[in-house]
Design a protein around this ligand. Structure first.
Ligand code: GRF
Length: 197
């Protein structure tokens, strides 16, 4: 049975695009919803233009009430029959209240070789630490931030003259390869990690 995927994003959504384009081929899943906390996210306009259902849940009216924000997301997605949530540059931390019911059915892409560099500014931190390699990780989402079983990683060499922006651009190219591969496998029930060179 084809799995119905919701993709959550906050910005341009280049990873979402890579996922959607991959699902256009023979695939165990299909895009059923793109959701953003930001009405102006480029990814929302892109999805809408392709006839994919979209939802916007603005976090700002909820202030510090994360549970209220998450309850609204849960209510909005409830009618779409979602099987899998893919976080793709969704810049809001989700608490255990939302994550726990979705555990085992929600995945994320993070721009570092986890468990190194959880959180933000991963590329600047990797360069400052003198890392020789960086990369990205697709993992199952658990209540702990950027934790959870690893589904795949792709590696990138850090160059001596790298800036965070240049490194981010090369890692993003790998994200667009890794995330579709990882979702294909995950949607088919495969959870053994995939390591790209
Ligand atoms: C990516 O680097 C992703 O790893 C991180 O946020 C960025 C989103 O980029 N979580 P995009 O919106 O998919 O282009």
């Amino acid at each position: 049975m084809t799995r119905r995927v919701a993709i959550f994003l906050s910005g341009g959504g280049s990873n979402m695009r890579a996922l959607v384009e991959d699902m256009a081929d023979d695939h165990p899943a299909r895009p059923a919803l793109v959701l953003s906390n930001n009405a102006d996210a480029g990814g929302i306009a892109w999805a809408r233009a392709r006839g994919i259902a979209t939802e916007v849940v603005d976090h700002r009216p909820h202030g510090a009430d994360r549970a209220g924000f998450e309850a609204e997301i849960a209510a909005r997605i409830a009618t779409y029959g979602i099987d899998i949530i893919c976080l793709a540059g969704f810049m809001r931390v989700l608490t255990a209240g939302f994550v726990t019911p979705w555990q085992g059915r929600m995945i994320n892409i993070h721009p570092s070789l986890l468990p190194k560099y959880r959180g933000l500014n991963t590329h600047a931190r990797a360069i400052a630490a003198g890392e020789r390699e960086a990369g990205c990780t697709v993992h199952e989402v658990t209540p702990a931030l950027d934790d959870g079983p690893i589904l795949g990683q792709a590696r990138v060499v850090v160059r001596p003259d790298d800036t965070p922006e240049r490194l981010a651009a090369r890692v993003l190219e790998q994200e667009h390869i890794l995330y579709p591969m990882a979702l294909r496998r995950f949607a088919a029930g495969e959870t053994a990690p995939l390591y790209l060179p």
